[in-house]
Design a protein around this ligand. Sequence first.
Ligand code: EPZ
Length: 420
Amino acid sequence: MNNIKSNSVLIKGMNPLSGTVSAQGSKNATLPILSALPLLPEVELYNVPDLSDIHEMLSILKHLGATYTFDNGHLSMNLENLQNNDVSFEFTSKMRASSLFMGPLLSRFGKSTVGMPGGCVIGSRPLDIHLLGFEHLGATVDNNNGIITSALKDGKGLEGEFTLSFPSVGATQNLISASVFSPSTVTLHNVAIEPEVLEMVNFLNKAGADITLKDHNTLVIKGVPKLNKVTHSIQPDRIEVFTLLVAGIVSKGSVTVVNCEPEHLSSPLQALVQMGAKIELGDGSITASYVGKLEGIKVQTGVYPSFPTDCQQQISVAMLHAETPSVLIEKVFNSRFRHLDELQKMGAKIKIENNVAVIEHSDLSFATLDSFDLRGAASMILAGLSSTGITKVSSLHYLYRGYEGFVEKLNHLGADISYV
Ligand code: EPZ
């Protein structure tokens, strides 16, 4: 469990990390599965990470009428007596993933009311693709002062075909949930195929849904009358794994992460190899080692299987330690470079123009850094590990949204990080 009392840490830099840690369950696989639970009567989930975002989703499910126990990664939940179909603004303003309840509640109750989530520091985060899909497939959607109400026409489930204008992860997940009880079939084109999306499909099919992936990025959802209780174990968190591996490299050490799925990280691991790090793959394990000077590279984020945007902030710290310049292009979100401004406090040599950053070799020295989102918070800690002196990182409530025991794992590997 995170030390939720402290919102800041002090990091004494330049300790080479070494040793082995285990991956947590995936936050971004858990959140969509939690949002889809109103489609089921009961569930047993294992390897659920203990994160503040998870607790937010559980409080929404409790508000809807679910009863559950959550202990040591095991969630046991009963959803037979839900009596609410609204997720009000107080919930959605805290966490965008709460908008994923729109589809499941529409399917279960024929109507859902969800507050519009706010934007966040990584950019405006509209729901236009979600809502256009609901309407195109037969629902009515009203957006009054940020409260979105969607309803089935005459109680009739969604059917037909819809092409997403962009393979949005959340829109794909919402549209899947909204379609599982279709009276016939829903076909979704240009869907997201991230591992977390495919795990949600696998989870729903285990519960009795009939969802097939065709032609690489088309989902055919044949409606079923109901779903059944299911037991499922959440996949490892590929983004946490990558963050821990980068810690090994920027600290000039060697870190092994076990209980992970290397095939979910082929593109970001390839980038680390291209930079000159040593990557060794075992059965469910990855070892990243610093074996000499790093070289700069060009990285452009994109949808799966391209380089994930959620690994962008972490690799930018590795780029600061490369002998030659790197180019970093963020193509998924319209402003995900806020962390680069913070790194300049440590002497980072970075030039930013719109969504392109040129990052040069920089000898980082300690500073007091703030964080503005969860991957940024983790990246500030990576910078502190690889700079001289003692760096302070604040606003760690962002870190606790997505990383379980992150500071403890790094200290286990030889870091010198203390809560303040
Ligand atoms: C999910 O967010 C992840 N969150 C994000 O991880 C991740 O960065 C993102 O997918 C991309 O991989 C969870 O899974 C809980 P999107 P999501 O819809 O679903 C635009 C983290 O650090 N868009 O694929 O919100 C949107 O503005 C978080 O763990 C529309 O324009 O991502 C963005 O620019 C951060 N209209 C792009 O698409 C829409 O209707 C990708 O968004 C929907 C999205």
